[in-house]
Ligand binder design. Structure first.
Ligand SMILES: [Zn+2]
Ligand SMILES: [Zn+2]
Length: 277
């Protein structure tokens, strides 16, 4: 089984990124380097979607070149299309592993690729599937010659001890589970799917994207619901049942006593009822 970035790669795909979405190479680079990681690896698609296996190596194709890559985890189809800032409707999104997203310092051209696969002619419009036998040569192309720009996503090693995080007005105590980037990604992806693509505070409904603009949609905090003292040594965080997206205000209130206020207790303070669970 071939591995890349800690994932057993099941498929390789080229994902064309349209000139109708990104006018210039600068725009598409900015999207891969900044927007995509800031949104926790969610890549919205309009109509057509790729049907690929979990942990597919996706190579971003733009203007007849391969310019970056990421590991695909899942597709989330929305029940109602989501209207984004750009005025377009999106039917769903691909979830990429945020720490796997990278932009190549030099693009891979059709001629580079032809050296690997002699039957290859040119980059087309479809999400092309590449034979897995080419994985190692492709990795060599990416990592050997091209020195990809790695996106700096902080990886935290779970620890039992709480750490302090500076809030705007008050210091909030968060625990290591709330800072685990993988758990955070899965939690946000789960709640996006549940809320038709939106991410909001699950206590008071505050939506960063709606208030400040879409690029801030993932400024949401992740609150760990379980009481640390009730957790045994073998505990592994469940991103869906143990974590909850909350705004910094609700988060601060939750941690204003020990043990923390429960989401229901805070909902009661502000006169909210639990929404449809
Ligand atoms: Zn809130
Ligand atoms: Zn918390």
């Amino acid at each position: 089984m071939a591995e890349y970035k800690g994932y057993s790669v099941n498929e390789i795909r080229f994902l064309p990124m349209g000139k109708n979405v990104f006018d210039t190479f600068e725009e598409v680079s900015h999207f891969i380097l900044n927007t995509l990681p800031q949104r926790g690896g969610t890549y919205y698609y309009k109509k057509s979607k790729m049907n690929c296996a979990a942990s597919t190596l996706v190579l971003f194709q733009y203007d007849g070149q391969l310019i970056g890559s990421a590991i695909y985890l899942a597709t989330v189809q929305l029940e109602i299309p989501l209207l984004m800032d750009d005025g377009h409707l999106y039917n769903g999104y691909y979830q990429f592993a945020p720490e796997s997203i990278q932009l190549f310092t030099e693009p891979i051209y059709a001629s580079d690729f032809k050296n690997i696969d002699p039957s290859f002619t040119r980059f087309g419009q479809g999400a092309k599937i590449i034979d897995l036998e080419y994985l190692n040569p492709i990795i060599n192309l990416i990592d050997g010659n091209k020195n990809p720009i790695k996106i700096d996503v902080a990886i935290t090693i779970p620890e039992e001890v709480s750490t302090l995080m500076e809030g705007a007005k008050k210091t909030i105590t968060v625990n290591a589970y709330e800072r685990n980037p993988q758990a955070r990604t899965l939690c946000i992806s789960h709640y996006r799917a549940k809320n038709n693509g939106r991410i909001k505070c699950e206590i008071c409904d505050f939506d960063f994207g709606k208030i400040y603009g879409e690029k801030f949609s993932e400024k949401i905090h992740i609150h760990h619901i379980k009481e640390i003292s009730s957790i045994g040594e073998e505990y592994e965080v469940d991103a869906i049942t143990d974590l909850l997206p909350v705004c910094p205000n609700c988060h601060m209130i939750a941690h204003s006593k020990t043990p923390a206020y429960t989401p229901d207790e805070i909902r009661e303070m502000i006169g909210k009822t639990k929404n449809g669970e």
